[in-house]
Design a protein around this ligand. Structure first.
Ligand code: CDP
Ligand code: CDP
Length: 221
């Protein structure tokens, strides 16, 4: 059987990775994999078990009981940890506030990278759009299409804030910037690696960004 085509998309928070990747997957009839959901799900489990998220050994030991599954349908995917549907819970601010500490543990990264490769290889469609921070560089460095989606920080913060109430929007900017700084110390998702196409969406609306990604895919031999 032929392996699915992988479209790798990385970028900072609020660049449009998930929403744009989902729309691209829908248009192409591809699967979609949100890799950040796995880091968030492990962070959710750490909070549930009340472990010290700054203790790498404690975080690593959680991997033994990390029974994780995620769907690849861009129109709706459930995130399940040990039988609990955490699809909504992993979006809570308490999860976002500890996820970077979870994601910097090397054992966590290697465990999840292996899992993402398996999910991508097993997808039941001609291709899959995989989005995250290290997809173009670590998870799928040989993918035929690799894109770094960027946008100016102020625009990214404004996009995220637009999804929230005024009250929440005030703190979201500071939190997002801090998370990006912490994450960027672990994987470089601010500079495109060799062969990766940078797509700056600062001056593009949502549909234009989707079209730009599709154009990169169509230009790929
Ligand atoms: O969508 P948002 O930018 O809020 O973040 P996410 O994609 O849901 O990722 C949540 C967190 O998971 C990030 O802040 C990183 O700490 C981590 N992550 C990672 O380390 N590597 C990835 N490939 C994806 C996410
Ligand atoms: O996954 P990531 O954190 O990179 O971003 P997202 O959650 O997909 O996108 C954040 C918000 O920006 C969403 O509400 C998108 O609809 C919006 N967006 C936009 O307004 N214009 C774009 N060119 C791209 C995304």
């Amino acid at each position: 059987s032929t392996l699915p085509v992988i479209v790798a998309v990385d970028g900072p928070a609020g660049s449009g990775k998930s929403s744009v990747s989902k729309a691209v997957a829908r248009r192409l009839g591809y699967g979609f994999l949100d890799t950040g959901a796995a880091y968030r799900a492990l962070a959710w489990l750490a909070l549930e078990r009340e472990i010290d998220t700054d203790d790498p050994d404690a975080v690593t030991s959680l991997l033994d009981e990390f029974d994780y599954s995620i769907g690849t349908d861009p129109d709706g995917y459930a995130v399940v940890v040990a039988g609990n549907d955490v699809t909504d819970a992993i979006r809570e601010p308490r999860v976002a506030s500890v996820v970077s500490a979870i994601a910097r543990v090397p054992e966590v990264r290697s465990h999840l990278v292996a899992l993402f490769r398996t999910v991508a290889a097993d997808v039941d469609s001609p291709g899959i759009v995989v989005e995250g921070r290290d997809i173009t560089t670590v998870v799928a460095p040989d993918a035929p299409v690799r894109i770094l989606l960027t946008a100016d920080e102020a625009v990214r913060m404004a996009r995220r804030s637009a999804e929230l109430s005024d009250h929440a929007a005030e703190t979201v900017g500071a939190h997002l910037a801090a998370r990006d700084r912490a994450d960027a110390r672990v994987v470089d998702f601010l500079n495109a690696a060799d062969g990766v196409t940078t797509l700056d969406s600062t001056h593009l609306n949502f549909d234009e960004t989707v079209d730009a990604v599709i154009a990169v895919i169509e230009e790929t031999p």
